[in-house]
Design a protein around this ligand. Structure first.
Ligand SMILES: [Zn+2]
Length: 449
């Protein structure tokens, strides 16, 4: 083909040992190449084919790498990374009421949310996560942090029926939501607002229905923690005479724009309800294990066809935002629970961390797989590591052997936000200094409490 007949592209990633597309047929190109133009993937194929078809302004040669879609963290409380390791080894109710809620009421302000979310975004981008779904307070500040560092995000403003850092009077929560929606930065198409009702036991039926109606009205994702603990299931049963999932279904909360985080204690009937309504799930296995909440019945949930993504939950109950360790644990723990080593296979788990997760948080049309027309959200893993050698199956390595620290390059919207392991959008040493200063104040508060 004549040089002049080639199609222009902004850049071509080529000579990649393995490109895992995570598309419908789970195509893997070995070797592979990807052409990107104006932030969008215009072709995925073999290096030979793409070099013939595209005239790229820049060529990035990635021999010794695996390229996969950017990972999607479907459940995070970004600002809580400032509480990383603050209180461990406690049951959920004591952890929340004796440590997290008091620390939140003392410290959570817009600056705190901005700094904590920036730290979380930094950790996530460096570890190959290009999209996250957040829920916390002062979410305008979280949006500003996400905007600054170049990540894709859904930012959910937290709602509870008792005083919170940004709505000290619960009666005024509707004004707070209005202000959040008015102040939400409209500068980036990578950011979407959302509402996050904390749980069925902290939000009344009226609050839940009102918030869901606002989300439906504006085409926003509605998020909620559901059936995280046995205590919650018993509480909802004693209050409403039914299970948390059935309670939400009765209220008309469940549809394909509703994301249920945790769903640990759900029975077959509730799985059926979730599947019927199209509601999605965020599986937070590390957080559920650390707080001894339990283990969600993921093989049954997947069998029912419910879209499930992986979530780290907040840093205070994890204590990191590493989706590689979530994949590894998800692929292992359900085998032990069910006594069946064929469940949650590597391919299925990688799809949970990518395409299914993107669908669950409402970004499925734009990200979650390497396909023509999708945004160029991509991660390159360096394979020149002892723990990744030899390689027979790249998907197996991504799920069972790779670590967040193997991430070498990351693109969001085709923008190289991480190059050679360095985040280009944030001054990381300065950020860590600011975080340590904030942590010193938090530690002092704990000491004199
Ligand atoms: Zn959570």
């Amino acid at each position: 083909m004549d040089r002049h007949e080639k199609t222009p592209a902004d850049f071509l990633i080529t000579c990649v040992d393995h490109v895992i597309t995570c598309d419908d047929t789970f195509q893997v190109f070995s070797p592979g190449a990807i052409a990107v133009h104006q932030g969008t993937i215009v072709a995925v194929g073999t290096p030979c084919e793409l070099h013939q078809r595209y005239e790229a302004k820049e060529t990035v040669t990635l021999s010794g790498h695996i390229v996969l879609p950017g990972l999607v963290n479907t459940h995070v409380h970004g600002a809580m990374s400032l509480f990383r390791g603050l209180a461990d080894d406690l049951p959920l109710d004591r952890w929340l009421h004796e440590h997290i809620f008091p620390a939140e009421s003392r410290h959570v302000q817009p600056d705190f949310v901005f700094l904590g979310t920036l730290l979380s975004c930094t950790e996530m981008l460096l570890g190959g996560t290009t999209c996250f779904c957040d829920g916390y307070f002062f979410e305008e500040a979280a949006a500003q942090a996400a905007d600054l560092c170049g990540i894709r995000a859904v930012l959910g403003q937290g709602i509870l029926d008792f005083p919170t850092p940004d709505a000290p009077d619960p009666k005024a929560v509707r004004h707070r939501i209005q202000a959040f929606l008015e102040n939400f930065p409209r500068t980036s198409a990578r950011l979407r607002p959302s509402l996050f009702c904390h749980a069925p036991y902290t939000c009344s039926p009226e609050t839940l229905q009102w918030a869901k109606a606002v989300c439906t009205d504006r085409g926003m994702l509605f998020q909620i923690h559901v059936s995280e603990t046995r205590w919650e299931v018993e509480t909802i049963r004693s209050r409403y005479g039914t299970s948390p999932v059935a309670h939400l279904e009765r209220l008309g909360i469940l549809d394909d724009q509703t994301l249920c985080a945790h769903a640990v204690w759900i029975d077959d009937q509730e799985i059926h309800l979730l599947a019927e309504t199209g509601a999605c799930m965020a599986h937070c296995v590390e957080s559920n294990l650390k707080l001894a909440s339990g283990i969600a019945p993921i093989p049954a949930v997947l069998k029912a066809g419910i879209p499930v993504g992986l979530g780290t939950d907040g840093c205070a109950s994890n204590n990191d935002l590493d989706l590689f360790s979530e994949m590894s644990l998800t692929a292992r723990v359900h085998k032990a629970v069910t006594g069946n080593p064929t469940v949650c296979d590597a391919r299925r788990v990688l799809l949970m961390a990518t395409r299914m997760g993107a669908h669950a948080v409402g970004w499925g049309a734009a990200t979650g797989s390497l396909e023509v027309g999708k945004k160029a959200d991509m991660v390159a893993l360096d394979m020149e590591r002892a723990h990744l050698c030899p390689l027979y199956d790249p998907t197996s390595h991504v799920v069972y052997a790779a670590r967040a620290s193997d991430v070498r390059h990351v693109w969001v919207d085709g923008v190289p936000v991480v190059r050679d392991g360095v985040l280009k959008t944030v001054d990381v040493p300065n950020l860590l200094r600011e975080v340590r200063k904030a942590a010193a104040v938090i530690a002092e508060g704990m000491f004199f409490r």
